[in-house]
Design a protein. Structure first.
Length: 340
């Protein structure tokens, strides 16, 4: 066979073999009759054989064409099977690690639930959480070292990334249970006057800080910390207040008896948590399944008290790739995912 042989000619040879007619072969292939005739001439030149000859029974194959037909069918079948068929992903047997970029607070809130679900559906696959610098996160999403970045990451306003909203949170004020200020919501005056703890982690409080700065709301910052895990110990021993996201506050209240929350003045935005992925993997079966699984963790309505309870993730019968994707991907990922 000559080096620049066109594999499409094999399809035409098989069609003529099956139909015993150039006209019927052209109809089957949705081609014009002259185009099929031209292709047959190329086949004859390539194999130095007439291949098909006119008889009273139509176009009959020569011995060379009979041998070619067998080989051509095998080649076309293999190309269809190995090149053009979709790549299957079986979470139940996959051993490829799942890697997520998660900020510390997001890991505390999301990772236990995510690990629970992945152990349920993909028990052989290791699960990893990392938190590299933003530039490295972007690069590792592109290389595939990170599968999904989940949180409120910035800097992905590029055509190479997709994002999908997962849930909308709200800010609450965390204070000790026996704090002298009581009620369900702080007034703006109380919010200004109460001594506060500020967490020096922009990714945790940036929407809140931006809003406070934009509204020129003055606060009494009595203490700054770089670690939100120190908040319970600080707040339980002082009259300080910390303004943090409700998901994190609910977890801290669940694990510390002497904490409660109050709503801040009704002036703050409701931040949205997203999952991000690189466009290289937008159609990848494994990443589609993973995105759908993450999306499925967030029902339309849930409470953080329910969310943080161990064992609250129940099997819904969607153990395989198709079930997970069909239940969650069409309505949550494809329809709402957008390039950033």
């Amino acid at each position: 066979m000559i080096p620049d042989f066109d594999l499409n000619l094999l399809r035409i040879a098989v069609a003529i073999y099956d139909e015993h007619s150039i006209t019927l072969a052209a109809k089957k292939l949705r081609m014009s009759q002259p185009a099929v005739s031209s292709a047959l001439n190329k086949l004859r030149a390539a194999f130095d054989d007439p291949l098909f000859v006119k008889t009273s029974r139509g176009m009959e194959p020569t011995a060379r064409a009979v041998a070619l037909n067998t080989s051509a069918r095998e080649v076309l079948s293999r190309v269809e099977r190995e090149v053009f068929s979709s790549v299957d992903f079986n979470p139940a047997t996959s051993r490829q690690p799942f890697t997520f970029a998660l900020a510390e607070a997001t890991e505390l809130i999301l990772f236990p639930k995510l690990a629970e679900r992945l152990r349920q559906y993909a028990p052989c696959a290791p699960v990893r959480s990392v938190f590299p610098a933003p530039a490295e996160t972007s690069q590792q999403l592109e290389s595939g070292e990170i599968d999904l970045a989940i949180g409120r990451f910035s800097g992905y306003q590029k055509a190479n990334f997709f994002q999908q909203s997962l849930y909308e949170d709200e800010f609450v004020c965390l204070l000790r249970a026996d704090h002298p200020v009581q009620g369900e919501r702080l007034s703006l005056q109380q919010f200004r006057e109460l001594p506060q703890v500020e967490i020096a982690r922009p990714y945790l409080t940036k929407p809140f800080l931006d809003h406070v700065t934009g509204r020129r709301i003055e606060r009494k910052i009595a203490l700054r910390t770089s670690h939100f895990l120190s908040l319970p110990a600080i707040i339980q021993r002082t009259d300080l207040v910390a303004t943090i996201l409700n998901g994190l506050a609910s977890y801290l209240c669940l694990t510390n008896n002497n904490l409660r929350t109050m709503r801040p003045p009704n002036i703050f935005p409701r931040p949205v948590l997203y999952q991000f992925w690189h466009r290289k993997f937008h159609r990848d079966a494994r990443i589609q399944w993973l995105r759908a699984l993450v999306s499925g963790l967030f029902p339309a309505h849930f409470t953080w008290q329910e969310w943080h309870q161990p064992g609250s993730v129940k099997s819904n019968g969607a153990e395989n790739y198709n079930d997970i994707v069909h239940q969650h991907l069409p309505s949550h990922s494809v329809a709402t995912a957008s390039k950033v």
